[in-house]
Design a protein around this ligand. Structure first.
Ligand code: PFF
Length: 455
Protein backbone atom coordinates (compact mmCIF):
# COMPACT_ATOMS: atom_id res chain seq x y z
CA UNK A 1 0.00 0.00 0.00
CA UNK A 2 2.81 2.33 0.97
CA UNK A 3 4.71 1.40 -2.15
CA UNK A 4 1.70 1.99 -4.33
CA UNK A 5 1.23 5.38 -2.73
CA UNK A 6 4.80 6.46 -3.29
CA UNK A 7 4.72 5.20 -6.90
CA UNK A 8 1.58 7.20 -7.49
CA UNK A 9 3.13 10.32 -5.94
CA UNK A 10 6.30 10.10 -7.93
CA UNK A 11 4.39 9.62 -11.21
CA UNK A 12 2.31 12.63 -10.40
CA UNK A 13 5.38 14.72 -9.76
CA UNK A 14 7.06 13.35 -12.87
CA UNK A 15 4.43 14.60 -15.27
CA UNK A 16 4.75 18.11 -13.82
CA UNK A 17 8.52 17.96 -13.86
CA UNK A 18 8.83 18.12 -17.65
CA UNK A 19 9.25 20.99 -20.09
CA UNK A 20 7.22 21.24 -23.27
CA UNK A 21 9.40 21.77 -26.32
CA UNK A 22 8.68 25.50 -26.64
CA UNK A 23 8.75 25.96 -22.87
CA UNK A 24 12.19 24.42 -22.68
CA UNK A 25 13.69 26.67 -25.37
CA UNK A 26 12.17 29.80 -23.83
CA UNK A 27 13.29 28.81 -20.33
CA UNK A 28 16.83 28.06 -21.50
CA UNK A 29 16.91 31.42 -23.31
CA UNK A 30 15.55 32.94 -20.09
CA UNK A 31 18.48 31.41 -18.22
CA UNK A 32 21.11 32.55 -20.67
CA UNK A 33 19.74 36.05 -21.24
CA UNK A 34 20.26 37.92 -18.01
CA UNK A 35 22.33 40.51 -16.23
CA UNK A 36 25.20 39.01 -18.22
CA UNK A 37 23.73 40.42 -21.45
CA UNK A 38 22.24 43.61 -20.13
CA UNK A 39 24.62 44.75 -17.41
CA UNK A 40 27.92 42.88 -17.71
CA UNK A 41 28.25 42.54 -21.50
CA UNK A 42 28.00 46.29 -22.22
CA UNK A 43 30.58 47.23 -19.62
CA UNK A 44 33.07 44.52 -20.52
CA UNK A 45 32.62 45.41 -24.20
CA UNK A 46 33.23 49.08 -23.33
CA UNK A 47 36.36 48.15 -21.40
CA UNK A 48 37.95 45.42 -23.52
CA UNK A 49 37.74 46.64 -27.10
CA UNK A 50 34.23 47.58 -28.32
CA UNK A 51 33.22 45.91 -31.60
CA UNK A 52 36.42 43.85 -31.83
CA UNK A 53 35.59 42.38 -28.39
CA UNK A 54 32.05 41.64 -29.55
CA UNK A 55 33.47 39.68 -32.48
CA UNK A 56 35.74 37.69 -30.18
CA UNK A 57 32.79 36.96 -27.95
CA UNK A 58 30.83 35.60 -30.93
CA UNK A 59 33.76 33.35 -31.91
CA UNK A 60 34.10 32.01 -28.35
CA UNK A 61 30.37 31.45 -28.18
CA UNK A 62 30.40 29.40 -31.38
CA UNK A 63 33.53 27.29 -30.94
CA UNK A 64 33.45 26.74 -27.19
CA UNK A 65 30.10 27.84 -25.76
CA UNK A 66 27.71 26.04 -28.08
CA UNK A 67 29.51 22.63 -28.05
CA UNK A 68 29.52 22.71 -24.23
CA UNK A 69 25.90 23.84 -24.09
CA UNK A 70 24.90 20.84 -26.21
CA UNK A 71 27.08 18.56 -24.10
CA UNK A 72 25.52 19.77 -20.83
CA UNK A 73 21.95 19.31 -22.03
CA UNK A 74 22.84 15.89 -23.45
CA UNK A 75 24.39 14.75 -20.17
CA UNK A 76 21.33 15.96 -18.23
CA UNK A 77 18.84 14.19 -20.48
CA UNK A 78 20.96 11.03 -20.83
CA UNK A 79 21.73 10.84 -17.11
CA UNK A 80 18.17 11.75 -16.05
CA UNK A 81 19.05 13.98 -13.16
CA UNK A 82 20.97 16.86 -11.66
CA UNK A 83 24.71 17.18 -12.25
CA UNK A 84 25.68 14.72 -9.54
CA UNK A 85 23.18 12.02 -10.54
CA UNK A 86 23.88 12.35 -14.27
CA UNK A 87 27.65 12.17 -14.05
CA UNK A 88 27.38 9.28 -11.60
CA UNK A 89 24.98 7.31 -13.81
CA UNK A 90 26.73 7.92 -17.11
CA UNK A 91 30.22 7.22 -15.79
CA UNK A 92 29.03 3.81 -14.61
CA UNK A 93 28.88 4.80 -10.94
CA UNK A 94 32.07 6.80 -10.41
CA UNK A 95 31.86 8.79 -7.20
CA UNK A 96 34.55 11.15 -8.47
CA UNK A 97 32.38 12.26 -11.38
CA UNK A 98 29.42 12.32 -9.01
CA UNK A 99 31.28 14.92 -6.94
CA UNK A 100 30.73 17.39 -9.79
CA UNK A 101 27.26 17.84 -8.34
CA UNK A 102 28.74 19.34 -5.21
CA UNK A 103 30.92 21.67 -7.20
CA UNK A 104 27.91 22.91 -9.15
CA UNK A 105 26.00 23.54 -5.94
CA UNK A 106 28.87 25.57 -4.56
CA UNK A 107 29.09 27.57 -7.81
CA UNK A 108 25.33 28.15 -7.84
CA UNK A 109 25.42 29.55 -4.30
CA UNK A 110 28.34 31.79 -5.10
CA UNK A 111 26.75 33.14 -8.28
CA UNK A 112 23.43 33.64 -6.56
CA UNK A 113 25.14 35.54 -3.74
CA UNK A 114 26.07 38.46 -5.99
CA UNK A 115 23.63 37.94 -8.84
CA UNK A 116 20.65 38.38 -6.52
CA UNK A 117 22.24 41.55 -5.14
CA UNK A 118 22.48 43.20 -8.59
CA UNK A 119 19.00 41.85 -9.35
CA UNK A 120 17.79 43.60 -6.18
CA UNK A 121 19.38 46.88 -7.31
CA UNK A 122 17.41 46.64 -10.56
CA UNK A 123 14.14 46.41 -8.60
CA UNK A 124 15.07 49.46 -6.54
CA UNK A 125 16.01 51.42 -9.68
CA UNK A 126 12.78 50.39 -11.45
CA UNK A 127 10.71 51.82 -8.61
CA UNK A 128 12.91 54.92 -8.29
CA UNK A 129 12.71 55.62 -11.99
CA UNK A 130 8.97 55.15 -12.52
CA UNK A 131 8.22 57.28 -9.46
CA UNK A 132 10.65 59.97 -10.67
CA UNK A 133 12.60 59.91 -7.37
CA UNK A 134 15.75 58.88 -9.22
CA UNK A 135 15.76 62.11 -11.19
CA UNK A 136 15.27 64.51 -8.29
CA UNK A 137 17.97 67.17 -8.31
CA UNK A 138 20.56 67.43 -5.57
CA UNK A 139 23.24 64.81 -5.87
CA UNK A 140 24.91 63.17 -8.88
CA UNK A 141 23.91 59.69 -10.07
CA UNK A 142 27.22 58.36 -8.83
CA UNK A 143 26.47 59.75 -5.36
CA UNK A 144 22.95 58.35 -5.50
CA UNK A 145 24.24 54.90 -6.41
CA UNK A 146 26.86 55.02 -3.68
CA UNK A 147 24.47 56.23 -1.04
CA UNK A 148 22.05 53.42 -1.94
CA UNK A 149 24.65 50.64 -1.95
CA UNK A 150 26.37 51.84 1.20
CA UNK A 151 23.26 51.33 3.33
CA UNK A 152 21.12 48.30 4.20
CA UNK A 153 18.44 48.68 1.52
CA UNK A 154 20.26 46.37 -0.93
CA UNK A 155 19.76 43.51 1.55
CA UNK A 156 16.02 44.08 1.57
CA UNK A 157 15.80 44.22 -2.24
CA UNK A 158 17.95 41.13 -2.55
CA UNK A 159 15.56 39.38 -0.13
CA UNK A 160 12.56 40.43 -2.25
CA UNK A 161 14.24 39.03 -5.35
CA UNK A 162 14.90 35.72 -3.56
CA UNK A 163 11.29 35.65 -2.41
CA UNK A 164 10.00 35.98 -5.99
CA UNK A 165 12.49 33.44 -7.31
CA UNK A 166 11.81 30.89 -4.58
CA UNK A 167 8.06 31.44 -5.02
CA UNK A 168 8.20 30.37 -8.67
CA UNK A 169 10.57 27.46 -8.04
CA UNK A 170 8.06 26.05 -5.50
CA UNK A 171 5.60 25.67 -8.40
CA UNK A 172 7.93 23.34 -10.29
CA UNK A 173 8.88 23.08 -13.93
CA UNK A 174 5.73 23.27 -16.05
CA UNK A 175 3.64 25.26 -13.55
CA UNK A 176 6.45 27.60 -12.48
CA UNK A 177 9.66 28.03 -14.47
CA UNK A 178 8.11 27.32 -17.88
CA UNK A 179 4.96 29.35 -17.29
CA UNK A 180 6.86 32.51 -16.28
CA UNK A 181 9.46 32.25 -19.04
CA UNK A 182 6.75 31.83 -21.68
CA UNK A 183 5.28 35.18 -20.67
CA UNK A 184 8.41 37.10 -19.71
CA UNK A 185 10.78 36.25 -22.56
CA UNK A 186 8.57 37.51 -25.44
CA UNK A 187 7.48 40.51 -23.29
CA UNK A 188 11.12 41.25 -22.66
CA UNK A 189 11.89 41.35 -26.39
CA UNK A 190 9.11 43.88 -26.99
CA UNK A 191 10.40 46.25 -24.29
CA UNK A 192 13.93 45.84 -25.59
CA UNK A 193 12.87 46.73 -29.14
CA UNK A 194 11.02 49.84 -27.91
CA UNK A 195 14.16 50.96 -26.09
CA UNK A 196 16.37 50.18 -29.09
CA UNK A 197 14.19 52.34 -31.30
CA UNK A 198 14.40 55.15 -28.73
CA UNK A 199 18.18 54.96 -28.40
CA UNK A 200 18.92 54.66 -32.14
CA UNK A 201 16.90 57.79 -32.84
CA UNK A 202 18.84 59.93 -30.34
CA UNK A 203 21.11 62.60 -31.82
CA UNK A 204 24.64 61.22 -32.23
CA UNK A 205 23.47 57.61 -31.88
CA UNK A 206 25.54 56.52 -34.89
CA UNK A 207 28.80 57.05 -33.02
CA UNK A 208 27.69 54.64 -30.30
CA UNK A 209 26.47 52.09 -32.83
CA UNK A 210 29.78 52.20 -34.64
CA UNK A 211 31.76 51.81 -31.38
CA UNK A 212 29.79 48.63 -30.84
CA UNK A 213 29.67 47.32 -34.41
CA UNK A 214 32.76 48.58 -36.28
CA UNK A 215 35.78 46.57 -35.12
CA UNK A 216 39.09 48.23 -34.42
CA UNK A 217 41.47 45.37 -33.72
CA UNK A 218 44.14 47.60 -32.26
CA UNK A 219 41.92 47.94 -29.19
CA UNK A 220 42.29 44.25 -28.35
CA UNK A 221 44.83 42.59 -26.12
CA UNK A 222 45.31 39.04 -24.83
CA UNK A 223 43.14 39.86 -21.87
CA UNK A 224 40.23 40.66 -24.20
CA UNK A 225 40.26 37.12 -25.59
CA UNK A 226 40.23 35.58 -22.15
CA UNK A 227 37.49 37.85 -20.85
CA UNK A 228 35.47 37.04 -23.99
CA UNK A 229 35.77 33.33 -23.31
CA UNK A 230 34.92 33.68 -19.62
CA UNK A 231 31.94 35.81 -20.52
CA UNK A 232 30.67 33.28 -23.07
CA UNK A 233 30.44 30.75 -20.20
CA UNK A 234 28.64 33.17 -17.97
CA UNK A 235 26.31 34.31 -20.70
CA UNK A 236 25.25 30.80 -21.73
CA UNK A 237 24.94 29.69 -18.07
CA UNK A 238 27.57 26.98 -18.52
CA UNK A 239 29.88 25.06 -16.24
CA UNK A 240 27.70 24.83 -13.14
CA UNK A 241 25.13 22.20 -13.96
CA UNK A 242 22.39 24.68 -14.83
CA UNK A 243 21.75 23.74 -18.46
CA UNK A 244 22.42 20.16 -17.42
CA UNK A 245 19.63 20.30 -14.84
CA UNK A 246 17.25 21.92 -17.37
CA UNK A 247 18.27 19.18 -19.85
CA UNK A 248 17.10 16.53 -17.41
CA UNK A 249 13.53 17.87 -17.73
CA UNK A 250 13.51 17.65 -21.53
CA UNK A 251 11.51 15.08 -23.50
CA UNK A 252 13.30 12.42 -25.48
CA UNK A 253 11.71 13.68 -28.71
CA UNK A 254 13.23 17.17 -28.43
CA UNK A 255 16.11 17.88 -30.82
CA UNK A 256 18.95 19.09 -28.60
CA UNK A 257 20.99 20.25 -31.61
CA UNK A 258 18.23 22.61 -32.72
CA UNK A 259 17.68 23.76 -29.13
CA UNK A 260 21.40 24.60 -28.87
CA UNK A 261 21.24 26.78 -31.99
CA UNK A 262 18.06 28.50 -30.82
CA UNK A 263 19.53 29.26 -27.36
CA UNK A 264 22.85 30.47 -28.82
CA UNK A 265 21.07 32.65 -31.34
CA UNK A 266 18.72 34.00 -28.66
CA UNK A 267 21.59 34.88 -26.34
CA UNK A 268 23.46 36.66 -29.11
CA UNK A 269 20.41 38.51 -30.34
CA UNK A 270 19.62 39.88 -26.88
CA UNK A 271 23.26 40.89 -26.37
CA UNK A 272 23.24 42.65 -29.74
CA UNK A 273 20.06 44.55 -29.01
CA UNK A 274 21.24 45.38 -25.47
CA UNK A 275 24.40 46.87 -26.99
CA UNK A 276 22.27 48.86 -29.42
CA UNK A 277 20.25 50.22 -26.50
CA UNK A 278 23.20 51.13 -24.31
CA UNK A 279 26.04 52.41 -26.53
CA UNK A 280 24.04 54.89 -28.64
CA UNK A 281 22.56 56.29 -25.39
CA UNK A 282 25.97 56.49 -23.71
CA UNK A 283 27.60 58.24 -26.69
CA UNK A 284 24.66 60.48 -27.40
CA UNK A 285 24.96 61.98 -23.92
CA UNK A 286 28.77 62.14 -23.94
CA UNK A 287 29.20 59.46 -21.23
CA UNK A 288 32.06 57.03 -20.77
CA UNK A 289 31.50 53.47 -22.18
CA UNK A 290 34.25 51.89 -20.05
CA UNK A 291 32.60 53.06 -16.78
CA UNK A 292 32.59 49.50 -15.33
CA UNK A 293 29.96 47.86 -13.08
CA UNK A 294 28.26 51.21 -12.58
CA UNK A 295 27.59 51.80 -16.29
CA UNK A 296 23.94 50.86 -16.09
CA UNK A 297 23.31 52.39 -12.67
CA UNK A 298 25.41 55.56 -12.73
CA UNK A 299 25.82 56.55 -16.38
CA UNK A 300 22.47 55.65 -17.90
CA UNK A 301 20.21 57.52 -15.43
CA UNK A 302 22.10 60.68 -16.46
CA UNK A 303 21.09 59.99 -20.04
CA UNK A 304 17.47 59.18 -19.15
CA UNK A 305 17.18 62.37 -17.10
CA UNK A 306 17.87 64.46 -20.20
CA UNK A 307 15.43 62.57 -22.44
CA UNK A 308 11.78 63.48 -22.76
CA UNK A 309 9.74 60.89 -20.84
CA UNK A 310 13.08 59.75 -19.41
CA UNK A 311 11.46 58.48 -16.21
CA UNK A 312 9.36 56.14 -18.33
CA UNK A 313 12.18 54.90 -20.58
CA UNK A 314 14.46 54.60 -17.56
CA UNK A 315 11.80 52.65 -15.68
CA UNK A 316 11.35 50.34 -18.68
CA UNK A 317 15.08 49.81 -18.90
CA UNK A 318 15.43 48.82 -15.24
CA UNK A 319 12.32 46.67 -15.43
CA UNK A 320 13.95 44.86 -18.30
CA UNK A 321 17.06 44.28 -16.25
CA UNK A 322 14.91 42.95 -13.42
CA UNK A 323 13.06 40.52 -15.71
CA UNK A 324 16.29 39.33 -17.28
CA UNK A 325 17.81 38.78 -13.86
CA UNK A 326 14.72 37.00 -12.58
CA UNK A 327 14.49 34.39 -15.39
CA UNK A 328 18.20 33.63 -14.95
CA UNK A 329 17.93 33.48 -11.17
CA UNK A 330 15.22 30.81 -11.58
CA UNK A 331 17.69 28.57 -13.38
CA UNK A 332 20.45 29.16 -10.84
CA UNK A 333 18.20 28.35 -7.88
CA UNK A 334 16.86 25.21 -9.57
CA UNK A 335 20.36 23.65 -9.43
CA UNK A 336 20.60 23.32 -5.61
CA UNK A 337 16.84 22.75 -5.28
CA UNK A 338 16.89 19.73 -7.61
CA UNK A 339 19.96 18.46 -5.78
CA UNK A 340 18.29 18.74 -2.36
CA UNK A 341 15.13 17.03 -3.65
CA UNK A 342 17.10 14.09 -4.88
CA UNK A 343 19.72 13.86 -2.17
CA UNK A 344 17.47 14.12 0.87
CA UNK A 345 14.16 13.17 -0.75
CA UNK A 346 12.66 16.50 0.28
CA UNK A 347 9.54 17.80 -1.37
CA UNK A 348 10.00 20.56 -3.95
CA UNK A 349 8.32 23.03 -1.59
CA UNK A 350 10.57 22.27 1.35
CA UNK A 351 13.72 22.31 -0.84
CA UNK A 352 12.79 25.58 -2.52
CA UNK A 353 12.02 27.35 0.75
CA UNK A 354 15.11 26.18 2.63
CA UNK A 355 17.49 26.70 -0.28
CA UNK A 356 16.10 30.20 -0.97
CA UNK A 357 16.61 31.19 2.66
CA UNK A 358 20.16 29.84 2.55
CA UNK A 359 20.90 31.68 -0.72
CA UNK A 360 19.57 34.88 0.81
CA UNK A 361 21.84 34.51 3.83
CA UNK A 362 24.86 33.66 1.69
CA UNK A 363 24.19 36.78 -0.40
CA UNK A 364 24.09 39.26 2.51
CA UNK A 365 27.90 39.76 2.72
CA UNK A 366 27.96 40.54 -1.03
CA UNK A 367 25.10 43.00 -0.63
CA UNK A 368 27.00 44.83 2.10
CA UNK A 369 30.34 44.84 0.34
CA UNK A 370 29.67 47.35 -2.46
CA UNK A 371 30.48 50.43 -0.44
CA UNK A 372 28.51 49.12 2.58
CA UNK A 373 29.75 48.08 6.03
CA UNK A 374 31.86 45.30 4.49
CA UNK A 375 33.15 47.54 1.69
CA UNK A 376 36.57 48.01 3.28
CA UNK A 377 37.15 44.30 3.62
CA UNK A 378 38.98 43.71 0.36
CA UNK A 379 41.68 41.05 0.53
CA UNK A 380 43.82 41.17 -2.61
CA UNK A 381 42.14 44.41 -3.65
CA UNK A 382 38.77 42.74 -4.26
CA UNK A 383 35.63 43.05 -2.18
CA UNK A 384 33.51 39.99 -1.32
CA UNK A 385 31.24 40.89 -4.24
CA UNK A 386 34.21 41.10 -6.65
CA UNK A 387 35.63 37.83 -5.39
CA UNK A 388 32.36 35.99 -5.93
CA UNK A 389 32.17 37.24 -9.52
CA UNK A 390 35.85 36.57 -10.18
CA UNK A 391 35.97 33.05 -8.72
CA UNK A 392 32.75 31.94 -10.43
CA UNK A 393 33.22 33.53 -13.87
CA UNK A 394 36.92 32.89 -14.37
CA UNK A 395 37.67 29.84 -12.22
CA UNK A 396 34.70 27.65 -11.26
CA UNK A 397 32.62 27.97 -14.43
CA UNK A 398 35.53 27.35 -16.82
CA UNK A 399 36.61 24.45 -14.60
CA UNK A 400 33.08 22.98 -14.65
CA UNK A 401 33.02 23.49 -18.43
CA UNK A 402 36.34 21.67 -18.72
CA UNK A 403 34.92 18.67 -16.85
CA UNK A 404 31.95 18.63 -19.22
CA UNK A 405 34.21 18.67 -22.32
CA UNK A 406 36.45 15.92 -20.98
CA UNK A 407 33.53 13.78 -19.88
CA UNK A 408 31.70 14.05 -23.19
CA UNK A 409 34.85 13.89 -25.31
CA UNK A 410 36.66 11.05 -23.59
CA UNK A 411 34.53 9.24 -20.98
CA UNK A 412 30.94 8.87 -22.13
CA UNK A 413 31.03 7.01 -25.40
CA UNK A 414 27.36 7.25 -26.28
CA UNK A 415 27.01 11.02 -26.12
CA UNK A 416 26.53 11.33 -29.92
CA UNK A 417 23.46 9.03 -29.86
CA UNK A 418 21.80 11.00 -27.07
CA UNK A 419 22.63 14.32 -28.76
CA UNK A 420 21.22 12.99 -32.04
CA UNK A 421 24.36 13.91 -34.02
CA UNK A 422 25.86 11.84 -36.85
CA UNK A 423 28.54 12.17 -39.54
CA UNK A 424 30.27 15.53 -39.90
CA UNK A 425 28.33 17.36 -37.21
CA UNK A 426 29.21 14.66 -34.68
CA UNK A 427 32.89 14.70 -35.65
CA UNK A 428 33.06 18.48 -35.48
CA UNK A 429 31.34 18.51 -32.08
CA UNK A 430 33.67 15.88 -30.62
CA UNK A 431 36.76 17.60 -32.05
CA UNK A 432 35.76 20.91 -30.47
CA UNK A 433 35.08 19.15 -27.16
CA UNK A 434 38.24 17.05 -27.16
CA UNK A 435 40.77 19.56 -28.41
CA UNK A 436 39.73 23.17 -29.00
CA UNK A 437 37.56 23.84 -25.95
CA UNK A 438 39.88 22.24 -23.34
CA UNK A 439 42.93 24.14 -24.62
CA UNK A 440 41.14 27.48 -24.60
CA UNK A 441 39.60 26.84 -21.21
CA UNK A 442 42.94 25.91 -19.67
CA UNK A 443 44.32 29.25 -20.98
CA UNK A 444 41.51 31.16 -19.27
CA UNK A 445 42.01 29.18 -16.15
CA UNK A 446 45.75 29.76 -15.98
CA UNK A 447 45.25 33.43 -16.64
CA UNK A 448 42.59 33.67 -13.97
CA UNK A 449 44.71 32.17 -11.28
CA UNK A 450 47.44 34.58 -12.22
CA UNK A 451 49.92 32.12 -13.71
CA UNK A 452 50.14 34.02 -16.97
CA UNK A 453 50.93 37.66 -16.54
CA UNK A 454 50.13 40.26 -19.17
CA UNK A 455 51.91 43.54 -19.11
N1 PFF B 1 23.50 33.55 -18.10
C1 PFF B 1 23.13 34.47 -17.07
C2 PFF B 1 23.38 35.88 -17.56
O1 PFF B 1 23.94 36.08 -18.65
O2 PFF B 1 23.04 36.80 -16.84
C3 PFF B 1 23.84 34.24 -15.78
C4 PFF B 1 23.81 32.83 -15.30
C5 PFF B 1 22.60 32.14 -15.22
C6 PFF B 1 24.97 32.21 -14.96
C7 PFF B 1 22.56 30.84 -14.82
C8 PFF B 1 24.96 30.90 -14.56
C9 PFF B 1 23.75 30.23 -14.51
F1 PFF B 1 23.74 29.01 -14.13
Amino acid sequence: MNNQKSLHNSQKTDSKERFTSKGFILSAIGSSVGLGNMWKFPYVTGKFGGAAFFLLFIICLIIVGLPILLAEMTIGRGGRGNASVSFFNLSGGSKYWGAFGLLSILTAFMIMSYYSVVAGWTLHYTVQSFTGLLFEEGSSYKEKFESFTSGYWPVLWQGIMMLFTGGVIVKGISGGIEKFNKILIPGFLIILLVLMFRSLTLPGAAEGASFFLKPDFSKLNAESALVALGHSFFSLSLGMGCMLTYGSYVKQTQSLGKATLAIGFGDLLYALIAGLVIFPTVFSYGLEPGEGVGLAFMALPAAFSQMSFGFFFGGLFFLLLAIAAFTSALSILEVPVSYAMHKWQWSRKKSAILVSILCFLVGIPSALSVGGVLGDFAPGGKTIFDWMDFITSYVLMPFGGLLVTLFTGYVWKKAGDEAGLKGFSYKAWIFLLRVVAPILIVCVFLYSVGLIQFT
